[in-house]
Design a protein around this ligand. Sequence first.
Ligand SMILES: [Zn+2]
Length: 469
Amino acid sequence: MLDRYDPALAIAQCLQKAAAVLDRIATDPDYRSGDIQDEFLAHWEFGQATAPWPVLIGSILPNAASANYSLIKIGSDRHAIIASDVAEVAAFTKAFGSPVPSKTSCKCWLFKTELRPAVPEIMPKTIKDLFAWLLQWDCKIFDGIQRILKQESSYLEYTFVTFAVDTPLGWLGFGFDLNQEICRGAKHPRRYTRYLLGEGGLSPIFRLSITDISPSFVHSRNLSFPDLRDKMITVIGCGAIGSYLAQSLVRLGAGLGRGCLTLVDPDTLQPENLGRHVLGYPALFKLKANALREELLRQFPLARIEAITKSVTDNKPSFGVDLLIDATGEESVSELLNGWRLDHKTEMPILHVWIKGNGECVQLLWGDRSGTGCFRCLKSTDEHTYRQDRFQVLNKPPQARMIGCHAFTPYAVSSPMQAAALAIDTVIDWMKGDPSPRFRTRSIENADIRQIENQNISRLQNCPACGQQ
Ligand SMILES: [Zn+2]
């Protein structure tokens, strides 16, 4: 990074670096091709004489030979999109607020290679150059394209033909216009191929600039661990904590593949919730679970999200999911869920997360069958301190307020965000293989609290919930 306050030095550094790179290019051919190869897509798409044709790409089935173009409107621009699944294109269309897409029968032919693109002496400009370069890169792509051009008559119905290759660097695409006179006379694609290998080979190619908008790219690209695809996750409580948690889970891929994100809350969104909830006025007086589901689907239309608008006390949740998150922040509900988990002897972990006091800190307990303490093991069982916190954190009792006959604990929007972040970090550790430490505390910087060690807590011998088991 250059120092904007010392421009002379910055310019000198640039020149020095440029000179070093040019020297290396001149003396070391491997360096040149390696450097270009790493950024081949940028070289392919930028600074080329005819601007590349932008194409969006969605999910592509593993062995798909082709995908049809659809045209969608984003703002005032029309975009071409290819994807294997028509329903996916329709979902994107809805998310963009675009009219129903016009699906064409025009195909983009697809290839996959494990080889990075070969670095040519000069970037291919004509069909002849293109074929030579493909042979240099991966002869399987070359052979595949020759086979299509010789055998698939459908491409002759259009004015151009395009190809996209899934490379280790991302999608790379190209195509060329078809000579309509020759097309009409060709009758069989083999004859058109003969033309291409002869004088037609001097016609120019065009490049595609392919932008991957598929969920697997969107949800995994920031991660160095598996995303939440295929996981069954239930979030109980769609209040402040649950709403921030749910929107983060969806960003990590929850509800994709064979997975489902289930949101459980019987309450409606009230004016007093708005100041610390993900949802705003449009959701006022709606059932929280439904409104949160709607909002998440508006943002991520491909996720599978379900809403249950009954209380867990009336409607026992399924214990067959991969993870249950208790974001109610209600001790009585947390104890109920903890008791059910122990009774069912389920393999399913429960993550309990809550805000302490007036938001001085947030805490979490991961309950599972690892032999560590349960949610109730956080309460003392000694006669004199019975049901007090086993790990005291607050120095002062929290302030409570009343509105009418309804008591509540004031805390700001940052607290549920912190709680959700703490929970998400623990979910990530679980995805990586170990949710330890299972009892975590994260505090704000100027909070008047005692420090508690993040740890896997021991079970209390006489815990009324897990003690006898
Ligand atoms: Zn216990």
